[in-house]
Design a protein around this ligand. Structure first.
Ligand SMILES: Cc1cc2nc3c(=O)[nH]c(=O)nc-3n(C[C@H](O)[C@H](O)[C@H](O)COP(=O)(O)O)c2cc1C
Length: 320
């Protein structure tokens, strides 16, 4: 059940992708997602030294025999090294699946294709999904306003973006932004998606290596406990409503420049927050799904609940 072109393309049991999460999508979490039947994606930007990325790929391979992917982060501000260097490394390590995000992967598609790599590009607007199809991506993920990481600048929700994207392209579409359980998974498939991409839900799992206080914060969070920063600088980020986020929001409202806001939103402070559990130490990106997560589970429990719960919903709907 739930076999789609996405499960076929990536040779996975369930159409559930663990979207790359900078600093968090490391070997243990990625392998756990793949072992549970989904597709884990390593976040390559976490590793400033390419040899550390190589080691993490090798470690992941030791922890799972199932397919997994690596993220090619094309947000210029987030790149620790030239894109080509990562692609060399992916090819050298025999990576078979790449999730790209940020600017268009067009310049890199020929090389990835030549190496037999399957490419899923993540976008936050329908027009970018059309570009992904035109330039030869095998699949596309579309993420809505609710998502952790970077939603688009137009504030359009997942419920609207997914069917629009499905109607606009022929390649398989994965839906992201607010998907966290069987109900939202099945809703995404009902909208025409052939898979889902989830980030926030996987942070509150046993295998995610962040401080337990962060997971506790998520369990207690409300749906309104995130906000958007960065829109004036044309890169929106959904982050938790903590002290630095409120300060950044206030500065942006007063017309502060990126240079002025940068010290508050620095990645180093965010890293400290994930590691120490001091939620006010830095900016932490998470999606609105924080309001719908009530328990820290294992990755397998999350994925089993999605699949078994979705089957039960279908049974219930049939009886109506
Ligand atoms: C903590 C965190 C870090 C993320 N880092 C990245 C990243 O480095 N690259 C990327 O393409 N997406 C990143 N994302 C986005 C996710 O891959 C995924 O698209 C998103 O979380 C889906 O929405 P959801 O959070 O509502 O599930 C991140 C998301 C979170 C929550």
């Amino acid at each position: 059940m739930f076999k789609t072109r996405i499960t076929e393309l990536f040779n996975i049991d369930y159409p559930i992708i663990g979207g790359a999460m900078h600093l968090l999508s490391r070997a243990e979490l990625v392998a756990a997602i793949s072992n549970a039947g989904g597709l884990g994606i390593l976040a390559s930007t976490t590793f400033e030294n390419p040899e550390d990325l190589r080691k993490e790929i090798q470690k992941t391979r030791k922890l799972t025999k199932k397919p997994f992917g690596v993220n090619l982060n094309l947000f210029p501000a987030m790149r620790p090294r030239p894109v080509e260097k990562d692609i060399d490394l992916f090819i050298d390590e025999g990576i078979e699946i790449v999730e790209s995000s940020g600017t268009s992967p067009e310049p890199y598609v020929p090389r990835l294709k030549e190496a037999g790599i399957k490419l899923i590009h993540k976008v936050a607007g329908v027009r970018y999904a059309k570009t992904a199809e035109r330039i030869g991506c095998d699949a596309v993920s579309i993420v809505g306003f609710e998502c952790g990481g970077h939603p688009g600048l137009d504030d359009v929700t997942t419920l609207i973006l997914v069917p629009e994207t499905v109607d606009a392209v022929k390649i398989p579409v994965c839906a992201g932004g607010g998907i966290c359980d069987s109900r939202s998974f099945l809703a995404a498939l009902s909208l025409g998606a052939e898979g889902v991409v989830m980030g926030t839900r996987f942070v509150a799992t046993r295998e995610c290596d962040v401080h337990p206080k962060i997971k506790e914060w998520i369990v207690n969070a409300k749906d309104s406990d995130t906000l958007l920063i960065g829109k004036p600088f044309k890169l929106a980020s959904r982050v938790i409503k903590n002290k630095p986020a409120l300060t950044a929001q206030e500065m942006e409202a007063k017309g502060a420049s990126l240079e002025e806001v940068l010290p508050i939103i620095s990645g180093q402070l965010g890293k400290k927050a994930w590691e120490t559990g001091d939620v006010d130490a830095g900016i932490l990106t998470l999606g609105m799904a924080v309001g719908r997560i009530g328990k820290v589970l294992t990755v397998k429990e999350v994925i089993d609940e999605i699949i078994n719960g979705a089957k039960q919903i279908l049974e219930r709907l049939k009886r109506h």
